[in-house]
Design a protein around this ligand. Structure first.
Ligand code: PMP
Length: 393
C-alpha cells in the first residue's frame, strides 16, 4: 500500500472526502507534493503559517532548542528559558493588564483554561458566547461554539451557556452580575469573516466592566498580524480581560495561550492548587519556535503590508459569480451561491496549484488567508486562478 492508502486505512478519518494530498516539502508561500507539483498556499494551514512555511529563523530555533532540551517536566514547575522569554516578549507587546501568559497545547485548550479561570475569578457560572463563533472542538469549547449543527450530537454539554446574536446592541443587557465571562472572537473567522462594529465592541466592553464579567477575546485565528495590526482588538480601542492565542503563536509548532492580568491568573494557584494542568503546554521547542516566529513577524515588518495587500485582493476579486467579499486584513472570504459552487471552484484551484478551502460555518465561501509574506505577484496569480475557477460555474 502507498502512503495515501495507509492514510485512509490507519489514520483516523473525520471526513468522507479528505483532500488526501501528500506534501513532501513546504517553504515560504509554497508546498510541493511527491510528484514535484508546486502549490501556492492561500490558507497558511488555517491562519497558522503567518510568517510562511519553515521560516529559517524558526527552523534554527527549533533545531537549537531540540538539541539543548525538549520535554523536562509538566507545565509550571521549572524555569524554562524559551517559555520565559516568549511570555516576556508577548507581554512587552500587549497592554499592561495582559501580563501573565499560560501556555497550552492548542487553541481549544486555551479556551478551556480561560473559561475555568473566569469561573474561579468571579465565583460565577454563566458563560455567554455568540452565534457563529468557533472556539474549539473539546467539550467545553464545543459547548460555546455558535452553531447547533456542530454542537448537538455531543450533548449533554456544559450547562449555563447562552448564545447571543453577534454584533447586536439589544442583546448586551443579557450580560448580568451572574455572568462569569463573555467570550467572543474579535473577528469571527469560521463564520466567513464577520467583523463587529467598533460601537458594539466598545459597548460590550462597557457592559462587561459594569457587571464584573470577564471579557475573553479569542484571537486564535485573527491575532498575530492577520488582521493588519498585531492584535485585532487594537482596531476596536478596547482591551480584553483575557486574550486567547493559538495557531500562528507557535510559528508552525503546536502552541496556544490564555493571557490575563496576574491578579486574575492567581486564582488558578489555590483551592485547588494547579487550577489548570497540562503536561506539554508551553513545550520548550514550541515556545522557541513561536518566539523566533513572532520576532521575524515584527523585525521583517510583515504586518506593514497587510492593508495594501488586502486592497489589491479586493480590487482583483471581481466576478459576476461572487456574491460578496468580506475581509479583514489578510483574512478574506469570497462568497458564492452555495457549497457545491464553492467546492467546484476550490477543487479547480487545487488542481491548478492553489490551496484553498471553505469555512466551517460558511460553506458557501472560499477562504483566502495566506501567509502574510505573500507578494503582489502571488496575489495576482491566486486571484487569476480563482477567477478562472469561477468561470467554470
Ligand atoms: N478559536 C478559533 C477562533 C479558531 O479558529 C480555532 C481553530 N480553528 C480554535 C479556537 C481552536 O484551536 P485548536 O484547533 O488549536 O484547538
Amino acid at each position: 500500500m502507498n502512503n495515501r492508502q495507509l492514510f485512509l486505512q490507519h489514520v483516523a478519518q473525520t471526513s468522507d472526502a479528505p483532500l488526501a494530498l501528500e506534501m513532501v516539502k513546504a517553504q515560504g508561500m509554497h508546498m510541493w507534493d511527491a510528484s514535484g507539483k508546486q502549490y501556492l498556499d492561500m490558507i497558511a494551514g488555517i491562519s497558522v503559517c503567518n510568517v510562511g512555511h519553515c521560516h529559517p529563523a524558526v527552523v534554527k530555533a527549533i533545531q537549537e532548542q531540540a538539541a539543548a532540551y525538549m520535554h523536562l517536566i509538566v507545565y509550571g514547575e521549572f524555569v524554562q528559558s524559551p517559555q520565559v522569554q516568549y511570555a516576556t516578549f508577548l507581554t512587552q507587546h500587549l497592554p499592561g493588564s495582559l501580563n501573565s501568559v499560560y501556555f497550552t497545547n492548542s487553541g481549544s485548550e486555551a479556551t478551556e483554561g480561560a473559561m475555568k479561570l473566569a469561573k474561579r475569578h468571579t465565583g460565577r457560572t454563566g458563560v455567554i458566547a455568540f452565534k457563529n463563533s468557533y472556539h474549539g472542538s473539546t467539550q467545553g469549547s464545543l459547548s460555546i461554539i455558535g452553531d447547533e449543527y456542530w454542537r448537538n450530537a455531543y450533548r449533554p454539554l456544559l450547562p449555563d451557556v447562552l448564545h447571543l446574536q453577534h454584533n447586536d446592541m439589544g442583546m448586551l443587557e443579557q450580560i448580568t452580575h451572574r455572568t462569569a465571562c463573555v467570550i467572543a472572537e474579535t473577528v469571527q473567522a469560521e463564520a466567513g469573516v464577520l467583523a463587529p462594529s467598533v460601537e458594539w465592541m466598545q459597548a460590550l466592553r462597557r457592559r462587561c466592566t459594569e457587571t464584573g464579567t470577564l471579557l475573553i477575546l479569542d484571537e486564535i485565528q485573527c491575532g498575530l498580524g492577520r488582521n493588519g495590526t498585531l492584535w485585532a482588538f487594537e482596531q476596536y480601542g478596547i482591551v480584553p480581560d483575557v486574550l486567547l492565542l493559538g495557531k500562528a503563536l507557535g510559528g508552525g509548532m503546536p502552541l496556544g495561550a490564555f493571557i490575563a492580568d496576574r491578579d486574575i491568573m492567581w486564582s488558578l494557584t489555590n483551592q485547588p492548587v494547579l487550577g489548570h494542568i497540562t503536561t506539554f503546554g508551553g513545550h520548550p521547542v514550541a515556545c522557541a519556535a513561536g518566539l523566533a516566529g513572532m520576532k521575524a513577524l515584527l523585525s521583517e515588518n510583515m504586518i506593514d503590508g497587510v492593508f495594501d495587500k488586502e486592497k489589491l485582493f479586493l480590487s482583483l476579486l471581481q466576478h459576476p459569480k461572487i456574491k460578496a467579499v468580506r475581509s479583514r486584513g489578510l483574512m478574506l472570504a469570497v462568497e458564492v451561491e452555495d457549497f457545491p459552487s464553492a467546492k467546484k471552484v476550490i477543487d479547480y484551484c487545487i488542481a491548478n496549484g492553489v490551496i484553498t478551502d471553505w469555512f466551517l460555518f460558511a460553506s458557501n465561501a472560499i477562504r483566502f488567508v495566506p501567509p502574510l509574506i505573500i507578494s503582489e505577484e502571488e496575489i495576482r496569480q491566486a486571484c487569476a486562478i480563482l477567477l478562472a475557477g469561477l468561470d467554470t460555474l
